[in-house]
Ligand binder design. Sequence first.
Ligand code: ZN
Length: 262
Amino acid sequence: MAGREMAVAGLVNPDFGLNQTFLQSLDNEEQRVKAKARYYFLFMGTARLSMPISILAALEKGTHDLSTRQSLSISLIGAGGMETAGLWVFEELLHLLPALQTLNLMFIGPANKISPSDSSDGKGDVTECENCAECVFSNKRRFWSLYGGLYHDYVNTSYYQKPDLAVLFHSGRAESAVKDWAPTTRFLVDSGTLTLCTTWTKREAREEEIELDQLGARFITRPEKNRWRSLVPLPDFLEGADNEAYYVNYYQYMFQGKLRTV
Ligand SMILES: [Zn+2]
């Protein structure tokens, strides 16, 4: 059993509810400490799990045939360490979508550090990921590729395929590298790509919303607090009021295509 499975063994039921029988059986200090450690593990895990669960919620909103889809392709744009280090966590999509057999993940962004030990070469070649025994038994497969460049350059390569969902986790595109991001944002709108964006703060989300309104984008959801954000608060020293916090994937919104020709 993998370490992360051992940490929650007995505490969490297959339907994700807490095992009350197990909890009530804890009657000594050592067991209570173990339970607390397991709770802490689950709590911290929400930061990484926020990625696939936010994606799943977006697919439910934007894809009419999700329950029967056997294949999905997802482009993570502006992807960096958070996404690539969490590559394993996207396997949860295979677990949560029973019909899904093949998951293709594309990580695209200039921040990707390519080292000789990487299994992907950073130029878009596809590599198959190792999955858990249940996925192997069900012949569920997960592939990933890494492209170390800008998305609007990537779309001109032979690797490009319009994804079922494009995701920008905390792109910060209204704040830094604004000129680099502008053609990517325009392409996503013009190509009618279903797109999910998250931000650290409400202000960032509002700035990005203004840019998209100027492009005539059709919003599926306007910026709102993301129900599936991380539960781990991060103190906001820079611009928040006293005791204010922000979270991984705090705000989210979605768009696809245009409202009108602009
Ligand atoms: Zn699996």
